[in-house]
Design a protein around this ligand. Structure first.
Ligand SMILES: [Zn+2]
Length: 294
């Protein structure tokens, strides 16, 4: 056998053993992920946006949350752009829609989930029973509800939703603009990676129907960095919260106005704010949500 031929055989054998080893590593990792899966929490990422502004950012925001939950092993995320799973009732399918004889559809309802990450908008078609189940998911079952940005525009026709969330959207008078976000509570898990003061370019919201006596504002906009003479500025107290935490019955609720701009979801402060807020809502970490005076 020529030395060239011998060399070629050695190379092939080495390559094959490397391949086998990497396949085995991959398999070990898959087994590890499967083994962990049972202890992971379940998050429903819910964005039914059929009746309002359809933010392009939602896909990226959901992908970021899914990745952070997956990589940390904290939770698995299930994306839905409809509201079918927002119910405690068993989800049934009409006869003839099965994909194989005797097979059951795998359709989780709220009983399966530990928290909702909500990026919906405006009026969402839920039956009265679904609305009751959603409130009791948080209030009675003690589960979590974390809402981003347009979440505060949702369900204006439903007062109890506003009560659960803590407040309502009231225009974005500055369009996309720079404004300084000032952290009120740097110890709360969601704010621990947020600088004390950070200029953020985003579609900043003005909020209404909230009371600092009923929720803990975690960060707010510095009014000195806003044009308060804009026609849609309604607040006379210059109080513009950016993030808050509260309880609703036995459950934990977090809301932040931030997240219109896709690039924000690639920054550590925003990623960690929502990720840690979800961990808090899931009771994986504690944080004080008692109201804080301005
Ligand atoms: Zn927006």
């Amino acid at each position: 056998m020529s030395s060239l031929r011998r060399l070629a055989i050695v190379v092939v054998v080495l390559a094959a053993s490397f391949l086998v080893r990497s396949v085995r590593l991959q398999a070990d990792r898959d087994v590890g992920v499967q083994a962990d899966r049972g202890s992971r929490k379940h998050v429903l990422a819910w964005a039914d946006v059929r009746n309002g502004y359809q933010h392009d950012v939602i896909s990226h925001a959901f992908a970021v949350i899914e990745r952070l939950g997956h990589e940390s092993g904290a939770f698995d995320t299930f994306f839905r752009t409809d509201s079918q799973l927002v119910t405690k009732q068993p989800i049934r399918f009409a006869t003839g829609t099965g994909i194989a004889s005797g097979e059951q559809f795998l359709a989780h309802n709220l009983e399966f989930f530990d928290a909702i990450f909500f990026f919906g908008v405006r009026e969402i078609d839920l039956t009265p029973a679904q609305r009751a189940d959603l409130l009791s998911f948080v209030r009675e079952d003690g589960k979590g509800f974390v809402a981003a940005h347009s979440g505060a525009t949702a369900f204006f026709s439903w007062p109890e939703f506003g009560e659960m969330l803590g407040g309502r959207f009231d225009e974005h008078p500055w369009g996309i603009a720079d404004a300084a976000v000032v952290v009120d509570d740097p110890r709360f898990p969601a704010m621990q990676r947020f600088p004390p003061r950070l200029v953020v370019r985003d579609e900043h919201y003005q909020l209404k129907d909230f009371s600092r006596d009923r929720l803990r504002v975690l960060a707010h906009l510095d009014p000195a960095t806003l044009d308060l003479k804009r026609p849609l500025v309604h607040r006379t107290d210059a109080d513009f919260p950016v993030a808050w935490a509260k309880t609703y019955g036995a459950g934990r609720v977090f809301y932040s106005t931030l997240g219109h701009d896709p690039e924000l979801w690639d920054t550590v402060p925003i990623q960690q704010m929502y990720f840690q807020a979800i961990r808090w809502a899931l009771r994986l970490v504690d944080g004080d949500a008692t109201p804080l005076r301005r």
